[in-house]
Design a binder for this molecule. Structure first.
Ligand code: FES
Length: 205
């Protein structure tokens, strides 16, 4: 992954491919920024795992999918984002920097909150009253924060979350954003949402 700061002009808006695991159906689609890829209505309702193509995601890019009736964001993070997530400056501004509350699978890194540092997977539903936050990957001052390091801003009541979905102190949202079960396949080219890494190992045994 590049260590350049995210460049909004380079961001590709939500082009992706989704496959329901087990061969139930395949959909390839380009969708608008706030749309969801809909792999299969029946499988989605049942909560079956969904396999998506993430092989070419760039830092600062966001793909949107749907799993179990919830939106899922898959976000590319730069080296700068990753360094910032571990910094004392940012950690000091967060309510739960080490993810001690039960909002993520136990196999994800507690600071980066993902299986892969470069690819972040999150359910983007604000933990205050359920609005969908706005994605601001740029690491520069914003109207709502002078020292913004990238992340998500909920315009409903002003909650802020970092690029790992960790909530800031002093905002209405009580907890970090939720992380769904997920694992990578095909050397990182595919992401399976709704399955733990152990599921693949058991299937191969
Ligand atoms: S719903 Fe997000 S801050 Fe209230």
């Amino acid at each position: 992954m590049s260590n350049e700061a995210p460049d909004p002009s380079r961001r590709r808006f939500l082009t992706g491919a989704a496959t329901v695991v087990g061969g139930v159906g395949v959909v390839f689609a380009a969708v608008p920024f706030l749309g969801f890829l809909r792999p299969n209505v029946e499988a989605r309702a049942m909560g079956e795992p969904v396999e998506v193509d993430v092989g070419r995601i760039d830092p600062g890019q966001r793909l949107t999918f749907e799993w179990k009736g919830s939106p899922i964001w898959v976000i590319g993070r730069s080296d700068e984002h990753i360094e910032s997530l571990k910094s004392d400056e940012l950690r000091g501004r967060l309510r739960d920097p080490d993810s001690e509350r039960d909002q993520q699978p136990d196999y994800v890194d507690p600071q980066l909150r993902s299986v892969s540092p470069e690819v972040f997977v999150v359910i983007p539903i604000c933990t205050h009253l359920g609005c969908i936050p706005i994605f601001y990957p740029e690491m520069r001052a914003q109207s709502f924060d002078d020292d913004w390091r990238g992340g998500h801003f909920c315009a409903c009541h002003g909650s802020m979350f970092d690029m790992a979905g960790r909530v800031y102190r002093g905002v209405p949202a009580p907890t970090n954003l939720e992380i769904p079960p997920h694992r990578f396949a095909e050397d990182g080219a595919k992401l399976v949402i709704g399955e733990d890494p152990d599921d693949a190992e058991e299937g191969a045994a």
